[in-house]
Ligand binder design. Sequence first.
Ligand code: ZN
Length: 119
Amino acid sequence: MVREILSAMRNEQDFDTLLWTYGIVCKLEMLPGYIYGFTYKSTSSIYHIFINEALCDVKRNETVLHELEHIELGHFEAGFIGIIDIYYEEQADKEAQKIAEETAIYNWEVKIISGGIYK
Ligand SMILES: [Zn+2]
């Protein structure tokens, strides 16, 4: 799902619209400084990703990737309990890192910003 989203973005598709096709909504919020972002799954099975608006663009994008990996890896179905679960955190980080290396991170940044999700 993450790779599909990134490759669709290379074809000029809108990030918010793409996310929504997977039942995901992503928003910038004012969060405590030690929280980069978090995701919760609503009772109607929509994933809500919140990203700390204080982060720089690079960190915002890394955090979006990390949160998308939690969803893709099925952590919410596996009883993921949030930021204190080190195993899930490391797994999400590892996958996000892999994707960031595989994809043109430059395009990702530019398109996310121009897609307007962070306004
Ligand atoms: Zn996490």
